[in-house]
Design a protein around this ligand. Structure first.
Ligand code: HEM
Length: 502
């Protein structure tokens, strides 16, 4: 009878221990083993939407808004669910505990499939798209990573601050009644900052027509997301040309930067000069000219998540004027009326907490892909959740961060914007699986420190220097996005802050 008492493994183990007093040690171990055997024999089926014959769950995921569909499925099915598209099963994980389990690099690794493989048409075996066993990943990582460490990124504080100051100066001169799209504006600022900080060139794209790289990234990443859901012939015949031309436009952006550097030699030891000349300390190999282009293109694509994050922050701040007031108090105390400098940044803990809480609630990088590590000659199923679920030995899985970041088992009132939970001990005590906004382990975001510093600086300046109001007071949050998510059609009126004295 006790064997059928409970299907939850942790509680069964407790039961065995609780009964240990009436049994000897070997009886207890034997009972425990047979319990485990029973759990293994009958895992809980992974739920799935019903779907339709032959086409599977093709109608459960909108090709134009994949992440929104997945969030809704996560709301409906909880910590784990699966779908079948074009004959392939995909498993989605949406709880902190299971995400943490999948982040164990001894058992799992990044799965390079679907849209990530499609984007290889543009950037080949670059950092983001390299397969786990491709030597090119290690070579590029060892060459590039030192440029993106916090101590190096900190040397770019003034460049980041001054470029943001330039954009905000333009906004202030609009006079307050002008409506702006924060996404359009912050995308421009992000590309301008990336291009100047990493590659040493001004695009002068804060005003005037946006640089073509911005549209090319949008077109290429949206197409890369849709292609795996269509038959190959259709991709080739109908959508192939546009995909190729957006990939070509991205590579042209990179090629022009290399050409500019070649024509204008400089002492500047920035990302571009490191990519073009520095050998990998381990193999002695340098990046080939084509690999340099691949990595240049990958940086703004990865980085395009950061402006989306700030647009979400603005949206949340408009709903929470008390948070704005607290952040301004902090900045009055720390910066006062003087110039905003790097030393202030580390003291702006509340602004940092707003940034982290925006990362959590928005899940601006909406997910990442994982698969079980291959086990030599062993194709037995892989168990998750202590045996509660069972998946195939090579099952691709996607961690849906919108589910993980709103897991009610970890976050009280998960839908409420509360920066306080992202400060001090409250933040430190969050489980590791609840802080996977930048991915995991060796394939964690290489631009994490850059993104955190840039977002922190720009967010602080937005709050300190400007007053915002929604262009339409009835605006209801709608989201879409490809490699990142963002609010749709969100616009604001902006003016110089009435309180600012600098
Ligand atoms: C808020 C901003 C950002 C977020 C939330 C973010 C998130 C992520 C996530 C979740 C991954 C893992 C993807 C995977 O496992 O498939 C990733 C990888 C990556 N990100 Fe970011 N990212 C951000 C900004 C940036 C920036 C600023 C850069 C460039 C400077 C960048 C470049 C990359 C690259 C190259 C990779 C691939 C790394 C590798 O596999 O070695 N990202 N990012």
């Amino acid at each position: 009878a006790w064997m059928s008492w409970h299907r939850e493994p942790s509680k069964q183990a407790v039961f065995v221990i609780a009964r240990g007093g009436t049994r000897n040690k070997s009886q207890c171990l034997c009972a425990f083993k047979s319990t485990i055997r029973e759990i293994m024999a009958s895992p809980t089926p992974i739920p799935k939407p019903p779907g339709v014959p032959l086409l599977g769950n093709i109608f459960d995921v909108k090709p134009g808004n994949t992440w929104d569909s997945l969030r809704k499925l996560a709301d409906q099915y909880g910590e784990i669910f699966q779908i079948k598209v074009l004959g392939n099963t995909l498993v989605f994980v949406a709880s902190v505990a299971l995400a943490e389990e999948l982040c164990d690099e001894k058992r799992f690794r990044k799965y390079v499939g679907g849209p990530i493989v499609e984007i290889r048409a543009a950037v080949h075996d670059a950092l983001f798209t390299a397969y786990d066993n491709e030597a090119s990943w290690g070579i590029a990582h060892r060459i590039i990573y030192p440029q993106l460490k916090a101590e190096v990124v900190s040397t770019h504080f003034r460049e980041m601050r001054n470029l943001a100051g330039e954009l905000f100066h333009n906004w202030k001169s609009l006079g307050g009644s002008h409506v702006i799209s924060p996404l359009d504006q912050l995308n421009r600022l992000n590309l301008e900052t990336n291009t100047y900080v990493f590659f040493g060139k001004r695009l002068n794209g804060l005003t005037g027509p946006p640089h073509p790289m911005i549209q090319a990234m949008e077109d290429s990443t949206s197409e890369a997301m849709k292609r795996p859901t269509r038959p190959g012939l259709l991709n080739w015949l109908v959508y192939g040309r546009k995909f190729k031309s957006s990939n070509k436009a991205m590579r042209e952006y990179a090629q022009e930067l290399v050409q500019y550097r070649t024509d204008n030699p400089t002492e500047r030891q920035d990302m571009l000069s490191i990519m073009m000349t520095t050998p990998d300390p381990e193999t002695g190999k340098t990046l080939t000219p084509s690999q340099v282009i691949d990595e240049i293109v990958s940086m703004p694509i990865g980085s395009s998540t950061a402006p989306c994050l700030l647009v979400y922050s603005l949206y949340y701040l408009l709903q929470n004027p008390d948070v704005v007031a607290k952040a301004r108090e902090e900045m009055d105390r720390v910066i006062g009326a003087g110039e905003f400098e790097f030393d202030h940044l580390g003291q702006l803990k509340y602004v940092e907490a707003i940034m982290r809480e925006s990362l959590r609630l928005s899940s601006v990088a909406p997910g990442f892909n994982i698969e079980p590590r291959p086990r030599e000659g062993d194709k037995s199923p892989v168990l998750l959740g202590g045996g509660k679920y069972q998946i195939a030995h090579n099952q691709p899985m996607i961690i849906v961060l919108q589910g993980v970041n709103r897991d009610p088992a970890v976050f009280e009132e998960p839908m409420v914007f509360k920066p306080e939970r992202m400060m001090g001990e409250a933040f430190e005590n969050l489980p590791a699986g609840a802080k996977k906004w930048f991915g995991n382990g060796k394939r964690e975001c290489i631009g994490k420190q850059y993104a955190l510093q840039w977002s922190h600086i720009v967010l602080a300046m937005l709050i300190r220097e400007l007053d915002f109001e929604p262009a339409s007071p009835e605006y209801q949050l709608e989201e879409d996005g490809w490699f990142n998510t963002r609010p749709v059609d969100f616009s604001v009126r902006v003016r110089a802050s009435a309180k600012a004295t600098y």
